[in-house]
Design a protein around this ligand. Structure first.
Ligand SMILES: [Zn+2]
Length: 327
C-alpha cells in the first residue's frame, strides 16, 4: 500500500455550503409532540387532490404524483412491521407540499392534539421521497411499548428502517455519520481508501491506498455530552440549532441502533417501561451496544465499522467536497 497522503479538508466557507446541502439532503427532523404547544393552531395544509390507499390517504397538487406516492405508501407501510417489532397500525395522512416549513427539512411528522400527519416535499426525487417516508413512518407507527426510547435513538431507529427499505441511500448516510462522530470524538476522522481520480459523480478510483482526513462542520462548544443527549426528548431535539450538533446526535442514535438491533432495543424499552423509568438509561444502551462510555478506542472502532468500501466510495464521490494537498 502506498503511503502517499492526501489531506482532505473543507475550506471553512465552502464547508458551510457543503454541509448545508448535506443537511438539506439528509436531515429529517421529526416534529413530534414538540409543536403541540407552540403551534397548536398549525393544521394540515389543504390540498386539491386526494387519493386513498390501503394504509391511508395522500394529498397533493399533481394527480399523477399523488397516485405514485399512494403506491409508495402502501409498499413501505406494509414492510415497517417486518423490520421492527411493536408497531401499531395507524391510517397515515400524507400531505405533499410545495415547500417544507424549514428549508433544511426533507420531511416531518406533525402531531397537534389528536391529529397526526406527515408532510413531504412533492417535488422530491423518488428515492429521497421513499427514504424520507420510510423514516417518518417509523415515528408514525411506533407503539406504546417504545415510549421509553430516547429521542435520538428513535431517530436512529427511523434511519435504520429507511436504510433497510431504501438501501440506495444507506452508504452515503452511514459515511456521513462516521465523519460526524469521528469529528465529535477527535476533531476529524481519518481512514484509508483507494485513490480518488477526478471529483464528484464522474470520479473513479485507482487501486493505491491513500489516507484521508475529513472533518464535519461542528460547533463543538455547543455539543452536549452523549449522556445528556440520550436523555433528551423529541422536544429538546427541535431546539438544537448549533452547527452540526443535531447531525452528530442523529449519528449517535444510528450507531447505537446499528449495534443493538431493533429486537434487543425493543426489549430494553419494555424493561424500562416495566420499571417505571421515563427513558432507557444511557448505561443500558452503551452496554447493549458493547460500548463502554469511557472507552475511546472502542468508540473509534465502532465508528470504523460503519465505513465499508461502499460507504468510502459514496463519501469521496460526494459533490462539494474540497481537497487540499498537505505539504
Ligand atoms: Zn425523524
Amino acid at each position: 500500500m502506498s503511503h502517499a497522503r492526501l489531506r482532505l479538508r473543507h475550506d471553512v466557507r465552502r464547508a458551510a455550503s457543503a454541509f448545508a446541502r448535506a443537511a438539506s439532503a439528509f436531515a429529517r427532523p421529526a416534529v413530534l409532540g414538540a409543536l403541540s404547544c407552540a403551534c397548536a393552531s398549525v393544521a394540515p395544509p389543504e390540498l386539491p387532490t386526494e387519493r386513498s390507499s390501503t394504509f391511508g390517504t395522500v394529498r397533493g397538487t399533481s394527480p399523477e404524483r399523488v397516485a405514485y406516492v399512494a403506491r409508495v405508501l402502501d409498499e413501505l407501510a406494509a414492510q415497517v412491521p417486518f423490520v421492527i417489532p411493536g408497531c401499531e397500525p395507524r391510517a397515515v395522512d400524507v400531505r405533499l407540499v410545495g415547500e417544507m416549513s424549514h428549508a433544511n427539512w426533507s420531511g416531518a411528522t406533525y402531531t397537534v392534539r389528536e391529529r397526526r400527519w406527515m408532510e413531504l416535499p412533492e417535488g422530491e426525487s423518488n428515492t429521497r421521497l421513499s427514504a424520507t417516508m420510510a423514516h417518518e413512518l417509523v415515528h408514525y407507527q411506533l407503539g406504546p411499548d417504545w415510549s421509553t426510547l430516547p429521542g435520538i435513538v428513535e431517530e436512529g431507529l427511523c434511519d435504520h428502517v429507511a436504510h433497510t427499505l431504501v438501501p440506495e441511500i444507506a452508504p452515503l448516510e452511514r459515511a456521513q455519520y462516521a465523519v460526524m462522530l469521528g469529528t465529535a470524538l477527535d476533531g476529524s476522522y481519518r481512514f484509508n481508501a483507494e485513490r480518488l481520480v477526478g471529483r464528484g459523480r464522474q470520479s473513479t478510483f485507482a487501486p493505491e491506498i491513500m489516507t484521508y482526513t475529513l472533518s464535519a462542520q461542528l460547533d463543538a462548544s455547543a455539543m452536549p455530552t452523549f449522556d445528556d443527549a440520550l436523555r433528551y426528548d423529541s422536544r429538546d431535539l427541535e431546539t438544537l440549532r448549533a452547527k452540526g450538533v443535531r447531525g452528530v446526535l442523529d449519528a449517535l442514535g444510528f450507531l447505537l441502533v446499528s449495534r443493538i438491533g431493533p429486537e434487543d432495543l425493543y426489549t430494553l424499552c419494555r424493561r424500562a417501561r416495566m420499571q417505571g423509568l421515563a427513558k432507557v438509561p444511557p448505561e443500558w444502551l452503551y452496554e447493549s451496544a458493547g460500548l463502554a462510555a469511557e472507552n475511546r478506542t472502542g468508540w473509534r472502532s465502532a465508528i470504523d465499522q460503519l465505513l465499508g468500501d461502499a460507504e468510502k466510495r459514496a463519501l469521496l464521490r460526494q459533490e462539494g467536497l474540497q481537497f487540499a494537498r498537505t505539504p
